[in-house]
Design a protein around this ligand. Structure first.
Ligand code: URA
Length: 433
């Protein structure tokens, strides 16, 4: 087989055989196929697309390019979730303890934040002592005993994806549905859970800006997962505005604890309940109505909060920060952002608000950047709220005084105030089972 022939075949619009895709994935991962041929392959995929069979084969060979976690000892009770990324998206911190409190097994590996989106691992690291790296034996033992372990992705999980993503990132080939779907699903398949719920974000802060493209991505991922023997559901949820009120690492832990304690309702609560419901439907074989009732009961009874305390404790975290979130360090600087006119908040562009949080120190522009766990934004108003000139729309927090100006400017560029109340967007637009 020659890569040149595969490129020509793909460029001319013919379907590649699984063996040809295996040749490409293995060759590129081992360094035998050079970057220029791989780049040409990704560009051809962006231009010509991929058939279902090609996408399934690409996902499979990426998944088996490294370690495969064997969770079979937990039977069919294992459940994972994945978010396509957003601003203020702290749902994993809420839904994982809910599911574990209901008896499911959550063996989860999560990523770090990059660019305008946050990452669960960074959020958890804001809890002093929390270990985001465990040996596989310790990880499995914790899932067995506590029902939940959440760590950073291990080095050898889908290594093909790591190499492929790095090249796509610099060759303008990220936004291709088959490439995004295979990248996400290869990691989920390798991570081993039988049941997977995908939270596909839609709107200004999401990869997919329109409902149509979000549904298309979700349908491809659900099909791939099912073809690989997993039970998969996708929830299309709104990311046109940030989710919840807090953006930034310890700020998001605080808001998650508030949801688990029943202190917060609104969009974040609703997305968490829908995701947890779908996870319970798959892993615990409940009807959607039964699952929603159980999920709400786990929150209202305090069982999900108790599970979070247990989980953080066994994973080395100082649980006193969860019991008393006032202990999280405050930043040196805080500035109130006020409305410059009266009206309704007609939009809060998530991507720009994520960039503002990044400028304040809450995120990374490059992988090497060090984040400030206390930095971020607390929204005091959300899209659709009425404001009077001078009302506080948000508070921005940073330890870097010089970041205040740019952080504020970027935040202000994200917010529009209009005289008309905007029409409401659905928090959850669609569920694809
Ligand atoms: N997230 C991933 O893991 N991969 C992509 O290609 C896009 C988003």
């Amino acid at each position: 087989m020659r890569m040149y022939d595969l490129l020509l075949k793909k460029r001319r619009g013919f379907e590649l055989e699984p063996a040809e895709i295996e040749y490409f994935v293995n060759g590129f991962t081992k360094g035998e196929i050079p970057d220029y041929q791989a780049s040409a392959f990704f560009m051809a995929v962006c231009c010509c697309g991929m058939t279902e069979s090609e996408t399934a084969a690409l996902t499979h060979y990426m998944a088996v390019s490294g370690d495969l976690l064997d969770l079979s000892r937990f039977g069919d009770l294992t459940v994972d979730k994945h978010s396509t990324g957003g601003v203020g998206d702290k749902t994993s911190l809420v839904v994982c303890p809910i599911l574990a409190s209901l008896g499911a097994k959550v063996a989860k590996m999560s990523g770090r934040g990059l660019g305008h989106t946050g990452g669960t691992v960074d959020k958890l690291e804001s809890i002093p002592g929390y270990k985001t790296s465990l040996s596989i034996d310790a990880f499995m033992a914790q899932v067995d005993k506590t029902g939940l372990a959440l760590i950073g992705q291990t080095g050898n999980l889908a290594p093909a994806d790591k190499k492929i993503y790095a090249l796509r990132d610099v060759t303008a080939t990220v936004d291709s549905i088959p490439l995004i779907a295979s990248s996400i699903m290869s990691k989920k398949i390798a991570a081993g859970s039988k049941n997977i719920v995908l939270d596909v974000k839609t709107g200004s802060g999401a990869f997919m800006k329109t409902i149509e493209s979000s549904v298309e991505l979700a349908e491809v991922m659900v099909k791939i997962g099912k073809a690989c023997g997993r039970n998969v559901t996708a929830v299309i949820s709104d990311m046109d505005s940030p989710l919840g009120s807090n953006i930034g690492n310890s700020l998001e832990v605080i808001e998650s604890v508030d949801v688990l304690k029943g202190k917060v309702k609104g969009d974040l609560y609703e997305v968490c309940v829908v995701l947890a419901t779908e996870m319970a439907v798959l892993a615990l074989k409940m009807t959607p109505d039964e699952a929603r009732k159980e999920v709400i009961d786990a929150l209202e009874s305090g069982r999900a909060y108790a599970k979070m305390l247990e989980w953080v404790t066994v994973q080395g975290g100082d649980v006193s920060y969860i019991e008393n979130t006032g202990k999280f360090p405050k930043t040196k600087y805080c500035r109130e952002i006020k409305a410059d006119c009266s009206g309704f908040i007609s939009s809060m562009n998530s991507e720009e608000i994520g960039k503002s949080a990044c400028l304040l120190g809450a995120g990374r522009v490059t992988k090497e950047d060090v984040i400030d766990p206390s930095a971020g934004i607390v929204l005091k108003k959300k899209t659709g709220d009425e404001v009077k000139a001078g009302d506080v729309i948000a508070e921005i927090y940073t330890n870097d005084e010089s970041a205040l100006e740019n952080g504020e400017k970027c935040f202000n560029s994200a917010v529009t105030i209009a005289s008309e109340k905007p029409s409401a967007r659905s928090t959850v637009a669609r569920i694809i089972r």
